[in-house]
Design a protein around this ligand. Sequence first.
Ligand SMILES: NC(=O)c1ccc[n+]([C@@H]2O[C@H](COP(=O)([O-])OP(=O)(O)OC[C@H]3O[C@@H](n4cnc5c(N)ncnc54)[C@H](OP(=O)(O)O)[C@@H]3O)[C@@H](O)[C@H]2O)c1
Length: 280
Amino acid sequence: MTVIREHFTLKNNVTIPKIGFGTAPLKGDEAYDAVKTALETGYRHIDTAQNYRNEKEVGRALKDSGLSREDVFITSKLRAEIKSYDDALNAFEETLQNLGLEYLDLFLIHAPWPWDQKYSDHSEGNVAAFKALETLYRQGKVKAIGVSNFDPQDLENIRKHCDMLPHVNQIKYHIGHPQKETVEYCKNHGILIEAYSPLGRGGTLDHETIIDMAKRYDVSPAQLCIRYILDKGILPLPRSSKPKHIKTNSEMDFSLSKQDVETLDRLSIETIEFGTPVKR
Ligand SMILES: NC(=O)c1ccc[n+]([C@@H]2O[C@H](COP(=O)([O-])OP(=O)(O)OC[C@H]3O[C@@H](n4cnc5c(N)ncnc54)[C@H](OP(=O)(O)O)[C@@H]3O)[C@@H](O)[C@H]2O)c1
């Protein structure tokens, strides 16, 4: 079985396809075409968000694919600036409408702070927003709930003040950017990590060690980067608008030696930062 047909299991027993297809910053026809190609290629997990402004195109590509709703795992994210219970519930309804769906598979709080106030404290607002996600979960409108760009301190706030723990934390994660503390916290609490920017937005693909190692395995640097993440028990969300890349990014039928994983573990690679805190 190929890896895009395999699943991780969340702690509520919901299964989630092991490779997700990233859709930011694709918009309009480019988003529609990429998602349609991804679904035709065999991806069954699509990652969108309210602030990507492509939910309508994702929904249309899904509909036009002819696939059954239950065969595709759809994630969206609450706009980072929404930090109240009622606003979160209302925004969720907008997302369902945009996507043309009756339910979502996964809904995440996009970030612990609005993007223009990075690292500011919104502990109370995050609790209010997460309580709204809990309500949607209890109503069966979403199969799993979670967060994104949350560090251990942000996660502790949810653990102390909400009924549930997130099922998923989506963070920036790629070779050379190991996010050790957050990964350890999530592993200890049964929270699945999703890796956004798994190719460092392309920034890991021209690293000499990665290029040389990929040649030895007869794969592309992107395939090596994605395989490394899967080997860590983390779910990669590669994005591409090129059919060839979309296809090869899903071809994972090779494995890395322990020694090579250790070599990659030792790399440190700086890439563009979106949100995941590297320091407060
Ligand atoms: N939660 C958050 O705050 C957050 C933040 C950022 C991203 N995300 C999610 O994570 C997804 C992925 O992250 P990302 O878009 O930042 O970056 P990424 O997937 O790490 O990298 C995308 C870049 O890599 C290139 N690429 C992809 N496959 C390739 C291949 N096989 N060979 C050569 N180049 C290749 C793409 O170009 P081509 O199109 O030319 O292939 C594109 O320029 C996003 O789309 C989004 O869904 C979430």
